[in-house]
Write a protein that binds this ligand. Structure first.
Ligand SMILES: *Cc1c(COP(=O)(O)O)cnc(C)c1O
Length: 382
C-alpha cells in the first residue's frame, strides 16, 4: 500500500510520491476505528521529518529528546493543547506511554486509597476494562450500566454516591457507537476516557479532574497517551508510587522522566496545529455533525440498513449499523463492494457485527459521501 518512496541522501532530501500522488490526493477512504485516519498534510510533513528534519540532514527519529528541536516540539504541543481546549490554570498536559489501557490502572493507583470509593459507569468493553483494573485499588461502585441492551444506549439516570472520590465515564464507546452528548452532573470530579472522541468538540474542562486519550483514534500514531490532570487530584494516596506511574513525577519532569515517544508526540503536535488552523474544536464539531448526519440519514432512509444504537446516543465518531435481518446475507457482498471502491476499515467489531464507519476529525466529508452513494447504489441494485 505505501508504495511511495522517500529518497534521502546526506545533502538533499527529495520526495517521490506514489503514482496516485498519495498525500495530495487520498485514494483510499479510511474508516478504521484505530489506528485511524490522520490529516494528509500531517502525514506529509511527518514523512519529511522522518527523512530529514527541517533540513538538518538528520531524521527526527535520530534527535536527542533533550535537544532544542524536540524541546520546542513538546512545548508547542503542550501550548496548543491548552489553547485548543481552553484549559485553565492548574491543569497539566502529560504525554505518557502504555495506551489508554495503562490509564485504567494508573488512574485509581494515583487517585484512590484502599477503602475509598470511586463511581464508574459501564458503557461497554473499555469501560468494563477500566472497572476491572480499578477494583484492585479501592471500592468501585458501578452506578449505571447498559449491558442488558448490549450497550446500545447511554444510561442517564443514576445516583453518584456522596463519598465518591471521582466518577469515571467513557465519553465515546468506540465499539458500540454511543457517545455522551452531555456529561453528567457530578458532585465528584469526572475522570474521562476520551480516547475516541478527543478534540472532536468543545467542552468545559471545569468538571474534569482527569482526562485521558490514546492518540491513535483522533490525534496521532499509536504509542502515546495524553493525560490531562488537575493538580488537586494528586497527592492524596498513601501507597508508594513507582516513578514511572506517578503523575506528579511526570508533571515535575514535563513528561520527560524517561525517553518519551518522540515521534507520536511530534505527529500529535502537527495534528494540533492542523486543528487550530482548521478553526479549532468548534469547527471539528461542525464538521463531525455534518458528516455524521449525512451517514445516519442514509442509514435511516435506506431499506437495507438500520442503525444499532438509540438515536439520541449516536456517536459522531463511530457510526455502527447492520443490514436489516432479511438482508443480512448481503453483508459480505456490501463489504466487498466497499473494498473494491477503496473504502477500508468498515467491518463492525465482532461484538456488534455489521458495519462501523469511523468518522474521526481527519475524515473528509467527501469520503462519507462516497460511502453513502455506495449504500444507495447497492440498495437500488437489489
Ligand atoms: C481504543 C480505546 C481504548 C484502548 O486504547 P489503547 O491505547 O489500545 O490502550 C480505550 N478506551 C477507548 C474508549 C478506546 O476507544
Amino acid at each position: 500500500m505505501s508504495s511511495y518512496n522517500v529518497v534521502n541522501n546526506p545533502y538533499f532530501c527529495t520526495y517521490k510520491f506514489d503514482r496516485f500522488s498519495r498525500f495530495t490526493v487520498m485514494k483510499q477512504h479510511n474508516f478504521s476505528a484505530g489506528p485511524a485516519i490522520l490529516p494528509a498534510s500531517v502525514l506529509k510533513e511527518a514523512s519529511r521529518a522522518v527523512a530529514n528534519y527541517e533540513g538538518m540532514g538528520l531524521s527526527l527519529l535520530e534527535l536527542s529528546h533533550r535537544g532544542p528541536e524536540f524541546m520546542a516540539i513538546l512545548e508547542e504541543a503542550n501550548a496548543l493543547m491548552k489553547e485548543i481546549i481552553g484549559l485553565p490554570e492548574g491543569y497539566h498536559v502529560l504525554w505518557l506511554t502504555g495506551g489508554a489501557s495503562t490509564q485504567f490502572y494508573q488512574v485509581p493507583y494515583n487517585l484512590l486509597n484502599e477503602g475509598e470509593t470511586a463511581a464508574y459507569t459501564d458503557t461497554g468493553v473499555w469501560a468494563n476494562k477500566a472497572i476491572k483494573e480499578a477494583k484492585a485499588f479501592g471500592n468501585i461502585e458501578v452506578v449505571a450500566s447498559s449491558k442488558e441492551v448490549n450497550y446500545s444506549q447511554i444510561p442517564k439516570k443514576y445516583k453518584i454516591p456522596k463519598n465518591a472520590k471521582y466518577l469515571h465515564v467513557t465519553s465515546n464507546n468506540t465499539i458500540y457507537g454511543t457517545q455522551l452528548h452531555k456529561f453528567p452532573q457530578s458532585p465528584a470530579p469526572i475522570v474521562c476516557d476520551m480516547s475516541s472522541d478527543f478534540l472532536s468538540r468543545p467542552f468545559d474542562p471545569g468538571p474534569f479532574g482527569l482526562i485521558y486519550a490514546g492518540a491513535q483514534k483522533n490525534l496521532g500514531p499509536a504509542g502515546v497517551t495524553v493525560v490531562i490532570v488537575r493538580e488537586d487530584m494528586l497527592g492524596t494516596v498513601q501507597r508508594h508510587l513507582p516513578s514511572m506511574l506517578d503523575y506528579r513525577v511526570s508533571i515535575q519532569e514535563d513528561s520527560m522522566y524517561n525517553t518519551p515517544p518522540v515521534f507520536p508526540i511530534y505527529v500529535s503536535m502537527l495534528t494540533l496545529r492542523w486543528i487550530k488552523k482548521s478553526g479549532g474544536l468548534k469547527a471539528m464539531q461542525r464538521k463531525a455533525r455534518s458528516k455524521a448526519s449525512l451517514l445516519y440519514d442514509e442509514i435511516d432512509r435506506n431499506p437495507l440498513f438500520r442503525g444499532t444504537v438509540a438515536k439520541e446516543d449516536r456517536s459522531m465518531m463511530n457510526a455502527c449499523f447492520v443490514m436489516q435481518e432479511q438482508y443480512a446475507p448481503l453483508e459480505k457482498e456490501f463489504l466487498k463492494l466497499c473494498e473494491g471502491n477503496g473504502l477500508v476499515g468498515l467491518k463492525g467489531h465482532r461484538s456488534v457485527g455489521g458495519f462501523r464507519a469511523s468518522l474521526y476529525n481527519a475524515m473528509p466529508k467527501s469520503s462519507v459521501a462516497v460511502l453513502v452513494d455506495l449504500m444507495r447504489d447497492f440498495a437500488a441494485s437489489k
